[in-house]
Design a protein around this ligand. Structure first.
Ligand code: SAM
Length: 281
């Protein structure tokens, strides 16, 4: 008998992966967590039936959430990851020797513990001595903080369930307050393709545009997310990811990255016309 994992990308579109083994299932107080093994994508995990991370394409997401900001400000000392329970974003941040402190606030400790067991390479740096783990709601954690972080990476689920508030204007305002003057916020910006994702993309962008003097959007290719076409938002009080791009300083670090590179840094902000138009609406 064949076992398939199927995710509804829209009411009319489904995406399926042939499963070798259903490794783990649990209901946490926040969501349903599942881990599977597969031939094509290796081990992958889902929350409430939505793909989060898999061994094959996680490098794309984690490179792009981290290195675009770090190549704009390679002098980040204190970083905050909100969500990101699989550990991939923290792993990329720990590759920068200049970062002194990485706080990670994940609402669901069960995601972290299961990732450490089933995705050990992704979660490999969660016990790094520079990393502090907080198991609480990121929305509450950030509230009231003032100019504390040089970088905030919002590695969240979609705007449903516990991740919903991570797309609110009040949360973005709290991030603004928690950032230093050269601080950078990277957030999930959903996708410009299917209607539901477009709605969330526009909502996130309009809120960020109102708060941050610099608010841009960049794209990357994510084979297992709906439509395969995904976006992050880059927001800052002062740094522009293109004008302030520190190409040489970043290249001197000698990091070997599988997706990100300096040419892509410039290119990923060049958006197709239909996306530009939607973001301006
Ligand atoms: N790369 C993934 C994606 O876009 O599909 C994101 C994966 S990461 C595992 C998302 C994490 O955000 C989840 O583990 C979830 O528990 C966490 N999360 C959701 N809402 C949160 C909140 N309000 N505070 C902190 N963490 C939250």
């Amino acid at each position: 008998m064949e076992l398939w994992y199927t995710e509804e990308h829209t009411e009319n579109v489904r995406f399926s992966i042939k499963v070798k083994e259903h490794l783990y299932t649990a209901k946490s107080p926040f969501q349903t967590i599942d881990f599977f093994s597969s031939e094509e994508f290796g081990t992958f995990f889902t929350l409430d039936g939505l793909m989060m991370v898999n061994e094959k394409d996680e490098f794309i997401y984690h490179d792009m959430i981290t290195h675009v900001a770090m190549a704009t400000n390679p002098y980040v000392k204190k970083a905050l990851v909100i969500g990101g329970g699989d550990g991939g974003t923290v792993r990329e941040l720990t590759r920068y020797p200049g970062i002194e402190t990485i706080d990670m606030v994940e609402i669901d400790e069960m995601v972290v513990r299961a990732s450490q067991k089933y995705l050990p390479l992704t979660a490999s740096q969660l016990d790094n001595h520079r990393v502090n783990l907080y198991f609480e709601d990121g929305i509450r954690f950030i509230h009231g903080k003032k100019k504390e972080y040089d970088l905030i990476l919002v590695d969240s689920t979609d705007p449903i369930g516990p991740g919903e508030g991570l797309f609110s204007k009040a949360f973005y305002q709290d991030c603004f307050n928690a950032l230093t003057d050269t601080g950078i916020l990277i957030n999930q910006h959903e996708s410009p393709y299917y209607d539901r994702d477009v709605r969330e993309m526009k909502r996130a962008h309009n809120k960020l545009k109102e708060l941050f003097p610099i608010s841009k959007v960049y794209q990357f290719h994510m084979p297992t997310y709906p439509s395969g076409y995904w976006l992050f938002g880059f927001a800052s009080k002062t740094l522009d990811p293109l004008k302030d791009h520190q190409r040489e300083a970043w290249e001197e670090l000698g990091l070997d990255t599988k997706y990100y590179n300096s040419d892509l840094h410039q290119g990923c902000f060049s958006l197709p016309s239909f996306v530009k138009n939607m973001l301006e609406e």
